[in-house]
Design a protein around this ligand. Structure first.
Ligand code: PGA
Length: 248
């Protein structure tokens, strides 16, 4: 049985003081243990958040990492550095990184291997543009991303993986995929995992939906059978909004 997983993606928002304040306010409202919860914060907030969430069940995640162990990569952060802080998750291949920072399926694949090698669970993001959806190519696009991104990952790694379906046209636009559209694609992703691995693994893998998830639409989305949780951007920045999604 898959446990619902709600992760916040803070993107480039909040200073450390603001992050700690969020944690204090959120913990006053948070009392669920039947949902996995994580906050994926900017690098500089991770150590403070780890401390603030100690013993509460709220996990922390990064939003990117480098695929090399170390080296002359000015401005980059390694998996080792994240693991030392106790980071549990790392978003990999977010469309904003693919779009603005030259992330490719090849680098995404290397990062997935690197994350698992350091016991960091990746949240792999895939999704199509509006143009691709309008052309009826959304399944092909997502399939191609998955085949390339997942190359060489072992069965055990796949079992622990989280995949977030994030249609690019729904991110930060206020335009959510309908529950049916989101469910269909999450189901298609599960079928692709089954084809690449096996039925057992496809049943175990966690598949989130992301893209303008808000308190008002969370319940309907989360109640769809193929959707196991959400990757939440804007609505994860306010404790009183994020808690409503966690309590969907
Ligand atoms: P949004 O972002 O909820 O603000 O649309 C989601 C994401 O980018 O992960």
């Amino acid at each position: 049985m898959r446990k619902p997983f709600i992760a916040g993606n803070w993107k480039m928002f909040k200073t450390t003081a603001e992050a700690v304040k969020f944690a204090e306010d959120f913990l006053k409202l948070y009392e669920k243990d039947d949902v996995r919860v994580a906050i994926c914060a900017p690098f500089t907030q991770l150590a403070a958040l780890k401390k603030a969430f100690e013993g509460t069940g709220v996990a922390i995640g990064a939003q990117n990492m480098h695929f090399a162990d170390n080296g002359a990569f000015t401005g980059e952060i390694s998996a080792d550095m994240l693991a030392e802080i106790g980071v549990n998750y790392c978003i990999i291949g977010h469309s904003e990184r693919r779009q603005y920072f030259g992330e490719t399926d090849e680098s995404v694949n290397k990062k997935l291997h690197q994350a698992f090698a350091h016991d960091i669970v990746p949240i792999l993001c895939v999704g199509e543009t509006l143009e691709q959806r309008d052309a009826g190519r959304e399944y092909d696009v997502v399939r191609e991303q998955l085949v390339r991104d997942l190359e060489g990952l072992s069965e055990i790694q796949m079992r622990h993986m989280t995949i977030a379906y994030e249609p690019i046209w729904a991110i930060g636009t206020g335009r959510t995929a309908s529950p049916e559209q989101a469910n269909e694609m999450c189901g298609a992703i599960r079928d692709i995992v089954e084809e690449l691995y096996d039925t057992d693994i496809s049943c175990d893998v966690t598949i989130q939906y992301g893209g303008s998830v808000k308190p008002a639409n969370a319940t309907e989305l989360m109640n769809m059978p193929e959707i196991d949780g959400a990757l939440v951007g804007g609505a994860s920045l306010k404790p009183e909004e994020f808690i409503q999604i966690v309590n969907f």
